[in-house]
Design a protein around this ligand. Sequence first.
Ligand code: 5GP
Ligand code: MN
Ligand code: MN
Length: 323
Amino acid sequence: AMGSDYAAAADLLRAATDVTLLGHVNPDADALGSALALALALKKLGKRTRVSFGSPDTVPEVLRGLDSDGLLVPACDVPAAPATLVVLDCGSDRRLGPLIDRVAATRAAGGRVLVIDHHVGTPRFGTDHILDDTAVATAVLVLALLDELDVPLDPAIATCLYAGVLTDTGFFRRATGATHRIAARLLDAGVDAEELSRRFDEHPFAWLRMLATVLGRAELVPEAAGGRGLVHTTVHLSDMVGVTIDDVEGVVDLVRSSSEAEVAAVAKELEPGVWTVSLRAVGDVDVRAVAVSLGGGGHRRAAGFTAHGTAEDVLASIKRALG
Ligand code: 5GP
Ligand code: MN
Ligand code: MN
C-alpha cells in the first residue's frame, strides 16, 4: 500500500505546474524543513512553488535560515484555491490554523490535496495520502517521495530534511538504524551538521537569565503521573525579556532531564491568559492522550495543547488529566 501511495503522489506532483505547500501553525523544523525540501525539489522539476504557514510571522529566525531560495510566503499570499496543495506534518486539518479553508477550496476546484504526515491517527482529509506513524519525522517520508520522483539530493534539500530529522528525533535520541542510514545519505549530500546543530542550539545571553527564573520555579509532584513524578514549570510573558518564544522551546527538554520526571510539562504564556503547553513523557505514560483530552494532540512521548486561564488553572487541568 505504501509503495503505491508514493507512486500516486509522485504522479500527481509530476502532472502539477503550480504547487502550494503548507505545514502546521508555529512550524517546527520538521514542518518547515519537509515543506521546503519538497518545494525545492519541485522547483528543480520546473514547478512554481510556495511554502506557507497559518502564522508565518512566527517562523523562528533559525528556521528562516533554511529558506535559502526565498520560497516562504506570508499566509495572505497563499492562493484562495491552490491548484495543487501539499499539507505536511499536520496530524489533522485543524493544525493548518487560518489556512484550513484552502483544503476545501482546492478540492472544490477539482484540485488534488496531498497529505504527508507521521502522527498517530491522522485522518485522510486530502485526496492523496502518504501517512506513516512509524516514521520518526515527516522529512523521512519526503525523502522517500523525492526518491520516487528521482530528484537527486543537493546540499539545500538535504539540509532541510536533516533539520527535520534532527529535531523530531530529539537530536537523534529517538533515532533508529534506519534514521542513521538516512542521516548518512543527507550528510553525504552536503549537510554541515556541526553548523546546523550549533544554529539550533544557540541562544542570546538573556536566555540564561530566563532559564534561571523558569527552572527556579520548577516543581516536582511525586506520584502525579500513574504513581510516578510530574515535573512542571511555567514561562510567563514577564520572563521573556530579550528572548523569543523559540528560545523557550527547549525548556521542556531541560525539565524532562530530571530523573524523577516521568512526565514533564511546561506552560508558556503566549499572550495574557493564553498558554501553549508542552508535554513530554519518559516512560509509558501516553501524553498524547492527556493532550487530546485537553483539546490538543501530538505523539505518545511529545504532545501539546493550548489552554486559557491562570498558570494554576493550567496545572490543575494537567494533573486532573494525568489522573
Ligand atoms: P511542542 O511541545 O514541541 O510544541 O509539541 C510537541 C508535539 O505536540 C508536536 O509535535 C505536535 O505534534 C503536538 N502539539 C503541540 N501543540 C499542539 C496543539 O496545540 N494541538 C495539537 N493537535 N498538537 C499539538
Ligand atoms: Mn511538527
Ligand atoms: Mn514531525
